[in-house]
Design a protein around this ligand. Structure first.
Ligand SMILES: CC(C)[C@H](C(=O)O)[C@@H](O)C(=O)O
Ligand code: SF4
Length: 422
């Protein structure tokens, strides 16, 4: 069995499970985003009165924080009333940030647990050795009533990362390259495990970026075998009580792929799909109207550190806007402490409040028709960040910051050639 199967078997109260089998599992964390008040309505329609365990439920105000419309404000108000009525203490209000970053910041993502949130990027939590998956309102309401949810045990694909990363190339470039190679429907309802020597060079932030974007391969969940990087992170967050499962030596993967990252340069996913990927140099010189640094994919402290290093003492190009959206309050606090925010504001960037913001085109930085936005987020569909004719180029935070500096898409490796960035 695979570690994921051992995890699912335990949660289903079974000795073994196998790919394709339908099982019913107990859920360790159920998260509801502010866009999903329907979950509460469905809970009522199912005859739900008291939630299964109010300590295992988290409400996240992240897709519009703070509210941009009266309807959004009304939604948040109803969520707060529901939390009060049910004694749900974990209500992440408008001052907190994006659900997946908060799960990391608060040490809520644990190896060996099942995390279900009403958000497709819940695959992010495979970075901690959890089984994380996104569901809709009805499935989440089922959990509120029963504390359980059905799953079909997924087939598992292993992606082995070998070689040596070039300077100026990050996890985001690696996952964009893989998505461009495998295409957006490759991993539908499958689990995608990352392994290989490169992982020891990827901190939790980069592992989260890898796992987060398996959603754009259609994956049901993702997985990275917990190691010292994982356990050190958990220890730092006061987390000591969890179960790490291990995959049997003779486990047979549905597919066992290897990528040598040595020859992967900075990547771009060009409009209008995430698997429309090519080396950044193919787009060099394209004017960018907006450079966006944020989201659960690329809005962490490490991402702002890179951007600050590239823009320190310099100015965002005239004719280009740079928008900063820290993924959470804790990220913002750390970036202020380290003066990354001050450096970037001095360069001419605009600071928005922690949350999803313009990542999905709700507020805080939408783009107009025919505008070009280079973004550290994870989707570039028509209308994703504003006007249907807006064009989004997905890239690493380093590429976003470099484009902000030059006003056009430019490889961040130019800095490393001159040794400016370590
Ligand atoms: C709003 C939410 C349902 C959606 C998702 O599930 O991915 C959003 O987070 C996104 O990134 O498009
Ligand atoms: S930051 Fe973007 S991708 Fe992440 S949960 Fe929010 S809208 Fe979805």
């Amino acid at each position: 069995m695979h570690a994921i199967e051992k995890l699912l078997a335990k949660k289903a109260g079974k000795a073994t499970v196998h790919a394709g089998e339908f099982i019913n599992c107990t859920i360790d964390i159920a998260g509801i985003n502010d866009l999903y008040y329907q979950t509460v309505k469905s809970f009522g329609e199912m005859g739900g009165e008291t939630v299964f365990d109010n300590k295992k439920i988290i409400l996240f105000f992240d897709h519009y924080a703070p509210c941009a419309t009266e309807k959004q404000a009304d939604n948040h108000k109803k969520f707060r009333e529901f939390a009060k009525a049910q004694g749900i203490k974990k209500l992440m209000d408008i001052n907190e940030g994006v659900c997946h970053q908060l799960m990391a910041d608060y040490g809520f993502s644990h190896p060996g647990e099942i995390i279900v949130i009403t958000d497709s990027h819940t695959t992010t939590h495979g970075a901690f050795g959890a089984f994380g998956t996104g569901v809709g309102a009805t499935d989440l309401a089922t959990i509120l009533v029963t504390g359980k949810l059905w799953f079909k045990v997924p087939e598992i694909i292993r992606i082995n990362l070998i070689g040596k990363l070039q300077k100026g190339v990050y996890a985001k470039d690696v996952i964009l390259h893989i998505i461009g190679d495998l295409k957006a429907d490759y991993g539908v309802y499958k689990a995608i495990e990352f392994c290989g020597p490169i992982l020891k060079d990827f901190n939790i932030s980069e592992r989260m970026a890898l796992c987060n974007m398996t959603t754009e391969l259609g994956a049901k969940t993702s997985y990275i075998q917990p190691d010292k990087i994982t356990t050190d992170f958990l220890q730092k967050h006061g987390v000591h009580n969890y179960t790490i499962y291990h995959t049997d030596e003779d486990y047979k993967y549905t597919a066992d792929l290897t990528y040598d990252v040595t020859n992967i340069g900075p990547q771009i996913a060009a409009p209008f799909s995430v698997d429309n990927v090519d080396n950044i140099n193919k787009f060099a010189g394209l004017h960018v109207d907006q450079a966006y640094l944020g989201s659960c994919t690329g809005g962490r402290v490490e991402d702002f550190a890179i951007a600050a290093k590239i823009l320190e003492g310099k100015k965002v190009h005239n004719g280009t806007r740079m928008i900063l959206v820290p993924a959470s309050r804790s990220v913002l606090e750390k970036c202020i402490e380290k003066k990354y925010i001050q450096t970037l504001i001095a360069a001419g960037a605009t600071l928005a409040t922690p949350g999803c913001a313009a990542c999905l085109g709700i507020h805080q930085g939408l783009i107009a028709a025919d505008e070009v936005c280079i973004s550290s987020t994870n989707r570039n569909f028509p209308g994703r960040m504003g006007n249907l004719k807006g064009r989004i180029y997905l890239a690493s935070p380093a590429s976003v910051a470099t484009a902000a500096l030059y006003g056009e898409i430019t490889s961040p490796q130019k800095f490393f050639e001159r040794g400016l960035c370590s």
